[in-house]
Write a protein that binds this ligand. Structure first.
Ligand SMILES: Nc1nc2c(ncn2[C@@H]2O[C@H](COP(=O)(O)OP(=O)(O)OP(=O)(O)O)[C@@H](O)[C@H]2O)c(=O)[nH]1
Ligand SMILES: [Mg+2]
Length: 323
């Protein structure tokens, strides 16, 4: 053993060995990763834990039917944003206002019992937003951490009138479980499954005093963006959506057939940094093998420029694949 492993790590490892489901295994492995001392001597172990997490996630994604996990929200659209935060902070109203999802909103805590998704239209793509039951430092409903960990981006929704305290306790609840929240887009994070692009949503901004909002923004300046929104007036919703789109770090690509106009109806969405070959694989499993070259139209290129399969894609590129 290269590292001095803590009792917490050993407990997480025991949980891993005794886990009854892949979700529990992933949760335990992630915890082990966050508890592992980070230095040269543990690099191999870190890599091994990451590999096991990624393998389990892949095998989960391949399973068509799962034992019913009401907390699992399958991904849809160009990326999944999970709303999390204390009771009564405005999560459900945010989902109801931005999407067509039928959710219950009420002026008392613990209204939401299960995660619920909705689709928020952003230009020609849809961002999936998931409302979740409240999170407190004292109590986390079983299954909730799994839903939170499945997110591509985390939005911490707090009541702006009480933002300092609520942001602090939500952050503590998450970091205590090994999550690291970052204000950078997904493609700029380390290769660490515990890292999440995140922001703070100061909800009910219409009810808050200006001083409450500035205090929150100042406290988290340089750490996490704070976006003031009100679902009653609509204030800040466009800015929130724009920032979520940036944090998701995806590119939209339109395909075209030779000699035909581009299909502008439904773009493919891929993680930023994807290549022409990744797009081909999205279109058809066997296309990467068959493709010879591609032509591309887009920012900073000649129209119809011939490119190799390793060419990185940019948002709004139009691509024609030749086989
Ligand atoms: N004025 C105002 N009221 C809001 C706003 N957002 C939420 N509310 C009210 O705050 C109360 C709680 O809202 P919910 O969306 O149910 O809160 P929640 O975070 O989902 O609560 P839990 O499900 O208990 O976690 C409701 O009465 C909402 O109408 C807002 O932007 N402005
Ligand atoms: Mg709710």
């Amino acid at each position: 053993m290269p590292a001095n492993l803590t009792p917490d790590y050993e407990r997480a490892e025991l949980r891993y060995r005794q886990a009854g489901s892949d979700e529990e295994r992933i949760e335990a492995l992630r915890e082990m990763l966050s508890l592992l001392p980070k230095h040269k001597g543990t690099e191999k172990m870190q890599a091994d834990l990451k590999r096991r997490i990624s393998q389990l996630r892949k095998s989960q994604a391949r399973k068509p039917t799962r034992s019913v996990d009401l907390f699992h929200v399958p991904k849809n659209g160009c990326g999944q944003v999970v709303l999390t935060g204390p009771p009564n902070s405005g999560k459900s109203l945010l989902l109801a206002t931005t999407t067509n999802a039928p959710v219950k909103v009420a002026d008392y805590p613990f209204t939401t019992a299960l995660p619920a998704p909705g689709m928020w239209q952003y230009q020609d793509v849809q961002i999936q937003v998931v409302d979740t039951p409240p999170l407190t430092e004292e109590h986390v409903v079983p299954g909730l951490m799994g839903a939170i960990r499945f997110a591509d981006v985390l939005a911490l929704v707090v009541d702006a009138r009480n933002g300092l305290e609520q942001a602090d306790s939500t952050l503590r609840a998450l970091t205590h479980r090994g999550l690291q929240l970052r204000s950078a887009p997904r493609d700029q994070l380390d290769d660490d499954p515990n890292q999440y692009p995140a922001l703070i949503v100061a909800a009910k901004a219409d009810l808050a005093a200006p001083g409450d909002l500035t205090a929150l923004a100042e406290l988290y300046a340089g750490t996490l963006d704070v976006l003031d929104v009100s679902c009653t007036t609509g204030q800040g919703l466009d800015a929130l959506q724009q920032r979520l789109w940036e944090l998701l770090a995806v590119v939209r690509v339109y395909t075209k057939e030779p000699g035909r106009p581009a299909d502008h109806d439904k773009p493919f969405t891929l993680p930023a940094g994807s290549t022409v070959e990744d797009l081909a694989r999205e279109i058809h499993r066997e296309l990467p093998e068959k493709m010879k070259y591609a032509r591309i139209w887009g920012h900073g290129r000649f129209d119809g420029q011939q490119v190799h399969r390793t060419e990185p894609l940019c948002d709004r590129d139009v691509v024609e694949i030749h086989q």
